[in-house]
Design a protein around this ligand. Sequence first.
Ligand code: 2P0
Length: 349
Amino acid sequence: MSEIHRASTTAPVNIAVIKYWGKRDPKLNLPTNSSLSVTLSQADLRTHTTASCSSSYPSSDSLLLNGSPQDVSGARTQACFRELRALRKKIEEQDGSLPRLSEMPLKIVSENNFPTAAGLASSAAGFAALVRAIANLYELPASPTELSRIARQGSGSACRSLFGGYVGWDQGSAADGSDSMAFEVAPAEHWPNMRAVILVVSAAKKGVSSTAGMQTTVATSSLFAARASETVPKRMQEMQKAIKEKDFETFAKVTMMDSNSFHATCLDTYPPIFYLNDVSRAAIKVVESINVAAGKIIAAYTFDAGPNAVVYYLEEKEKEVAGLFKAALGDKEGWSGKRGDAIQANSEG
Ligand code: 2P0
């Protein structure tokens, strides 16, 4: 029986505060604007992945996610496998004594520690963990920055999950995508009292996939061009400064405005894309009322390609933020307000 080579890793979920929406190259997942995210606590939301390879495995690569076999023939997964194998092949050619792992079938086993039903973008943590697990298996001397360039080809937002803390994704300008990768804005320890709560408005799968939705937006929205060329570049600077200075009010205001701008371009898409629903809008009003009651901005909402709200706040404001949310939306199950906790507000789509 041939030897089985194995390596494991975990990667966290990230939630963008400056949103990625639009591709200038759909094949390479090159975005039309830079973006910035906050990585959620690994204890709460993460993907754990084990990559193994062996010449005794069946001839084709395989991927098991939460116990279910997945199709690995798609161009995105194939791009990740191909790039990682090429890097391994290079070091095998330099050192003839290394086992030829690049020639063996891969077996990937992934588990999310959060319910897929939470409707969270699991592809970011999933592709980040897949790429890093294979890189570890192959003992590649690749930095998180280099791995982010590969994970980006799996799913754009995945490149930001190769880092913890506050992470940017530089859109880059090269046609081959060589400069479109993630960078660290600040580590989690820089601003450790940042908290996020996820309000699960609907566990249903989203109606319009991100990939399809963003292409329709690029093709039809007139608001989109101004967002990509003017609004986002300015906000990227403001947001990085706010994070460096731990200026929560600016962080929060820019986060909310960018979420609103992204959803406005969705509505401006033809046919229009609706990700927010009545419960999402109620959550926006709750956050507004929390901030009015506090006399300053102490909570920020943001929504991705679905109705679930992520609310950022600082730990010391937990009573004010959590208390008002409980009063307004009920259901206290599982609530503790740590980064990444989820509460159920309404199960309707
Ligand atoms: C983001 N989203 O920045 C934005 C905000 C959704 C709204 O990244 O086609 O799943 O795989 O590159 O990364 C969702 O898009 O899209 C996303 P692909 P992805 O987090």
